[in-house]
Design a protein around this ligand. Structure first.
Ligand code: ATP
Length: 910
């Protein structure tokens, strides 16, 4: 019977606080588990019993409250006030139209906001953490939510602890617990029990859910999950709320607020002036200024911009780029330099040992993926591994100094853990050394985990015959420094011949192979704690393996696309300089011969680095600290930098970069927390897709603003001119309300769905401080609003001159206004290219859908008698209808010619 005793599930204070006071053995017993983990079936039963390991969700605002919040807006207050005034004056039609506008606005904004929020929610789901556990005595990765009390969890530097753990194994483990304790210095973790009264920060044998592992490795028993964890108990205080906004949208919201205020002041002045000075009828004057306010205020703009952003976030997620911080969408669009890791991002991270260098020979190894079968060859001749004892020793070191495992599922071999370590297990099997046998013979007693700063990993193992041995693997330069002897062909030790190894290494690296050296050292059987100092200058070098990791074909294309888009790609890798240069050449980086190494970087001061950083595209044997210096140096040139990272130490560079990008698959939680963007597939091509999407979103925001502002200005001018010059209004206030009701929320939204323009990735990146409300946009507003004004007044006067009634003239004017807005929309879709292509005319489905809806609506108010009564319209004759469309075409021609001239001048200047 699976029995988890009281401690694990009981949340009462006394029982939970005792975990840190229990010995490891009692903890195992209490949750009824062992170091080999739970059986899968037991885990499933416990999952049903204790529920998912997720924190209780923060309560959302109710739909009704959300709906009401859309009435909280200055313009809406003004409109509601106007409805009261018009009702008091018994102008029921006006009251009805105003209330309809208000309701329509609230309903549409409510639906849009709901969509945007659920898009964001879905994206947060994609960032759910993975936990590494031991189940059925095998290491497996599972969804963090599926952890249950009794699971054995493995943690290492960079991980976020997935549940509350009682640690029973810790090697150099320290954890940053500021989320719980407020203390930013990492706490060293051990396994021995501590005093029952110890404060949370002093419970050194515990690892708490949500905290970040800053160094080392450890194993722990899950003792509490979900709401029962320490973080679960305070999670009410931590409900993270991310609002859907970016600097640009915030800027636009502030702009819209000021504009609203200015317009309202202006409208009030006009009302006072018209009523007292010009002696207009109050009701008429009142409706005119209400019409003016509605015409001029871009009330739908913030909502449309927000939905554009949400669509952008979704589009990026579809392309495997998950946005963690929304401003990143804008930043990505302006990226001018991408600094990328090599392994797994530019290359596939599907490794295979292809060559082995020993003191005497250079062997080649054949095979396919991680399949543990393949021939060993020397000078093209197949040979047996047993003829060379050193190969067997290397294979043993590869198994014992390794944290990964190889698994076969449905005939496909995969690795759990680091792919390079998986490849080493496959190599060992090809050398006929069985991992299971070695692991049964040798027990690991201590380890120094791999760290990108020291570039090696070491383990101490003891066998049953009282032998003890240290096994080390790592970057060859580093391992050579630590060795004083080498194993020769006859299995004897002799003095280390550095020259020989270094020379041979270069030929392997020049083929793009990733190099890894193996060394060992027998030690006394009593030796039990591995110290870094014990490894210096005393190891025996066994040999070096060369691993192939082919470049991703999509990365090659993406790099070429970046170059066309004016984006520099720089590779920053921990690998050997020769390997890096060879891979850089294969993927088409510029300057693939010019490599700066970490050591050379250390010799440069900030000024020298700034001077050299733009010329060099490959940085090899770097450590995470170099990344930070490199970002800073590139930014000093005023460039916008995107930087990738995966390790715990990459966090400062990711934070410093304009767009920090973490790897979703192999990245640590620490890197993800620091990043703005997470790549679900670790692929360089995804970064480029995100940049393309970032440019598209920015363009679309710009298009929406460039469409809305001139439209509003044109409508407002129509009323202002009439009021100022004491003319009859060519469009009545109710008609203006109607136009706004149907156009602002439909045509504007269509632009949010605009696909990427064809030349988007052929343009250089936009400047970091380009202002959206540019001179160009101002000019566009003036030009288009003047054309709108001319169109409306032109047709109105044409109609009056023809002897038409004022009602018919107004009907023609209001239809002309809508037609011009539609043509303006088609124009705005291609702000960087020509709108006169078949593709541009075909538009998008959304565009044609809104055009259809609006045309139907216009036909309805023009020809349906009951709507004619409300809006004061009359039926238009066929040829006048053609004239209305003709004016739209003329507007299109004028603004298109103006744009082409502007683009031409721009090109000539460039
Ligand atoms: P990048 O992803 O930045 O391109 P990388 O994966 O090549 O870099 P690191 O992970 O910093 O860089 O590794 C640097 C070197 O350290 C590797 O070339 C390899 O020789 C060695 N190394 C990598 N992983 C391990 C490991 N698990 N154990 C021992 N040595 C390792």
């Amino acid at each position: 019977m699976d029995d988890v005793r009281h401690l694990s599930m009981n949340t009462s204070k006394n029982s939970v606080s005792a975990w840190h006071n229990l010995s490891v053995e009692s903890s195992f017993e209490t949750v009824n588990t062992s170091a080999t983990g739970l059986k899968q079936q037991v885990a499933e039963e416990r999952l049903k019993r204790y529920g998912k390991n997720s924190l209780p969700k923060a309560k959302k605002r109710s739909a009704f409250i959300r709906f009401l919040s859309h009435f909280h807006n200055i313009l809406i207050y003004v409109l509601l006030g106007s409805a009261v005034v018009t009702a008091a004056l018994a102008h029921w039609i006006d009251t009805g139209v105003i209330l309809a506008v208000v309701m329509a606005n609230a309903i549409i904004s409510f639906i849009q906001e709901g969509k945007a929020e659920s898009a964001m929610g879905a994206i947060q789901q994609m960032l759910a953490p993975i936990a590494h556990v031991i189940r059925d005595a095998e290491r497996v990765s599972i969804d963090g939510e599926e952890l249950v009390p009794g699971d054995i969890v493995l943690i290492e530097a960079g991980d976020k602890v997935p549940a509350d753990l009682r640690l029973f194994d810790a090697h150099g483990l320290s954890i940053q617990e500021s989320i719980l304790t407020g203390e930013s210095v990492a706490v060293e973790k051990l396994t021995s029990p501590v005093d029952e009264q110890a404060a949370l920060g002093d419970r050194t044998c515990m690892a708490f859910s949500g905290t970040l592992v800053s160094s080392g490795q450890g194993k722990g028993i899950v003792i509490a999950t979900g709401g029962n964890t320490e973080i679960g108990r305070i999670s009410r205080l931590l409900s993270e709320v991310e609002t859907l906004t970016t600097p640009l949208i915030r800027q636009m919201n502030v702009f819209a607020k000021w504009l609203t205020l200015v317009i309202l002041v202006l409208a009030s002045i006009l009302l006072v002036f018209g009523y007292f000075s010009a002696q207009h009828d109050f009701a008429e004057m009142f409706m005119s200024v209400v019409g003016l306010s509605v015409a001029a205020i871009p009330e739908g703009l913030p909502a449309v911009l927000t939905i554009t952003l949400a669509i952008g976030v979704q589009a990026m997620a579809r392309r495997q780029a998950i946005v963690r911080r929304l401003p990143a969408i804008e930043t990505l669009g302006s990226v001018s330099v991408i600094c990328s890791d090599k392994t797994g991002t530019l290359t596939r991270n599907e490794m295979m040992v292809a060559s082995v260098l020993t003191q005497q020979h250079l062997f080649t190894i054949e095979g396919e993926g991680y399949r543990p079968k393949g021939a060993l060859k020397l000078n093209e001749q197949q040979i047996s591994p047993s003829e060379h004892s050193v190969l067997e020793e290397m294979a043993r070191a590869a198994i014992l100094c390794n944290d990964a495992s190889l698994i076969e599922r449905e005939g496909v071999w995969r690795t759990e853990g680091d792919p390079m370590e998986g490849a080493l297990l496959s190599f060992s099997a090809k050398m006929n050394v069985e991992a299971r046998t070695e692991l049964a013979l040798w027990k690991r007693t201590d380890a120094i985990p791999f760290d990108a700063r020291h570039r090696y990993m070491a383990t101490l193992s003891h066998d049953h015959q009282h032998h003890a041995c240290i096994f080390v693997k790592g970057a060859p330069e580093r391992i050579l420094e630590m060795c004083d002897s080498q194993r020769n062909a006859s299995g004897q030790n002799e003095a280390l011949d550095r020259e020989h190894w270094q020379q041979k290494m270069l030929t392997m690296a020049a083929k793009g192979q990733r190099l890894l050296a193996f060394a060992m050292k027998p030690v006394d059987a009593n030796y039990s704690v591995l110290e870094q100092d014990d490894l210096q200058h005393s190891l025996i070098l066994l040999g070096i393996v060369g691993l192939i990791d082919p470049p991703r074909s999509e990365a090659i294309k993406a790099v070429a696309e970046c170059h066309v888009a004016g984006i520099r790609v720089k590779m920053i890798t921990g690998d050997h300089a020769e390997t890096a240069a060879a891979i850089a050449k294969q993927i088409g980086l510029k300057n693939s011969q010019n490599v700066l190494t970490g050591k050379e970087l250390d010799g440069l001061d900030e000024q020298q680095l700034k001077a050299q950083v733009l010329e060099c595209d490959i940085f090899a044997r770097t450590s995470p600290e170099h990344k930070l210096r490199l970002v800073t140096a590139i930014q000093a040139h005023g460039l916008t930098v995107a930087m990738t990272g995966d390790g715990v130490n990459d966090a400062p560079a990711l934070k410093r970069a304009d767009a920090g990008i973490a790897m979703g698959l192999k990245g640590s939680e620490a890197a993800k927390e620091a990043a703005e963007l997470v790549l679900a597939d670790d692929n360089f091509a995804t970064i480029v897709s995100a940049v393309r999407e970032g440019r598209t979103v920015y363009d679309n925001l710009k298009k929406i603003i460039s469409w809305t502002l001139p439209t509003n200005a044109g409508e407002a001018m129509t009323i202002i001119v009439a009021l100022l010059f004491g003319m009859t209004l060519p469009i009545t206030p109710v008609q203006i309300l109607w136009v706004n009701l149907i156009t602002a929320v439909t045509l504007g939204i269509a632009l949010a769905f605009e696909p990427t323009e064809e030349n988007t990735m052929r343009r250089p990146p936009r400047s970091r401080d380009e202002s959206l409300l540019s001179v160009e946009l101002m000019w566009h507003i003036v030009l288009v609003s003047m054309l709108f004004l001319s169109g409306v007044y032109g047709i109105y006067h044409y109609a009056i001159n023809q002897g038409y009634s004022v009602e018919l003239a107004r009907t023609l004017a209001v239809n002309t206004l809508v037609v011009m807005e539609i043509f303006h929309l088609f124009f705005i879709r291609n702000i960087h290219g020509t709108s006169l292509t078949w593709k541009a005319i075909c538009g998008t489905k959304v565009i044609w859908r809104v055009v259809f809806v609006i045309s139907c609506a216009q036909f309805a108010i023009t020809y349906l008698p009951w709507l004619q009564a409300i809006f004061g319209t009359e039926s238009i004759a066929f040829w006048d209808g053609i004239l209305v469309v003709g004016i739209g075409v003329m507007l299109f021609v004028v603004i298109e010619v103006e744009k082409q001239l502007r683009l031409l001048v721009g090109r000539v200047r460039a």
